[in-house]
Design a protein around this ligand. Structure first.
Ligand code: ZN
Length: 212
């Protein structure tokens, strides 16, 4: 369900552009609001959340889907951890639907899905690994990287129960906004994928804004 935010950009306490193919890691405190903006449209934000106090508690697609009884994420969705705790709640959404089934691109999936020569192409998993290697202060290791949310990405579930990666349903300036229920580390890969239509074969910037 699309619902616009009441937050005003000029009141944001933090604002950062994530260049095409780049990544972001940072903390959102309990009670703060985080917005991710699809600046030019048709981008995918491959996102992981961790409990800032203990990264072994992390976003869980299984717990989120089971508890809400729906496969897509939108306004009102409670994003749950592997301990079934609510980590964040989606408070506004102008895109309308976000995927948490399709996973993130990696050199392995690029090889299997597209071609052996795609193996060395930059991927979301590379972005996450680089972020946690450059920022050991968050205490996140390779073993903590699990399934993710693909904000703005269109992964329809067909009547036969199949998934496929489709052209985007997002557009320039569309955003999703969440209120944190605990101190959360946010790890975003601005998907560098060039082999499927989820980023329009042309990765573009995302933006993160945070309000107190
Ligand atoms: Zn990706």
């Amino acid at each position: 369900m699309t619902i616009a935010s009441q937050q005003r950009e000029e009141n944001a306490v933090f604002r950062q552009l994530i260049d095409a193919g780049d990544h972001y890691i940072g903390t959102v405190k309990a009670g703060q609001t985080i917005r991710i903006v699809d600046v030019e449209g048709n981008e995918a934000a491959d996102t992981l959340f961790f409990n800032a106090a203990d990264p072994s508690e992390r976003y869980s697609a299984m717990d989120t889907v089971r508890e809400q009884g729906k496969v897509y994420l939108t306004t009102g969705s409670e994003l749950r951890s592997n301990l079934t705790n609510v980590m964040l709640t989606i408070s506004a959404d102008t895109c309308g639907r976000h995927d948490t089934l399709g996973g993130a691109c990696a050199s392995e999936s690029n090889t299997v899905r597209y071609d052996l020569e795609k193996r060395h192409m930059h991927s979301c998993r590379d972005n996450w690994m680089l972020a946690i290697a450059n920022h050991p202060e968050y205490g996140i290791t390779k073993r903590d990287i699990a399934h993710n949310i693909n904000f703005f990405m269109n992964v329809p579930v067909t009547a036969n129960g199949e998934l496929y990666f489709d052209d985007g349903i997002s557009g320039p300036g569309k955003y999703v906004e969440m209120v944190a229920a605990m101190d959360v580390v946010v790890l975003i890969s601005n998907c560098p994928q060039l082999n499927n239509p989820c980023s329009g074969f042309n990765p573009t910037p995302l933006e993160v804004l945070i309000w107190d």
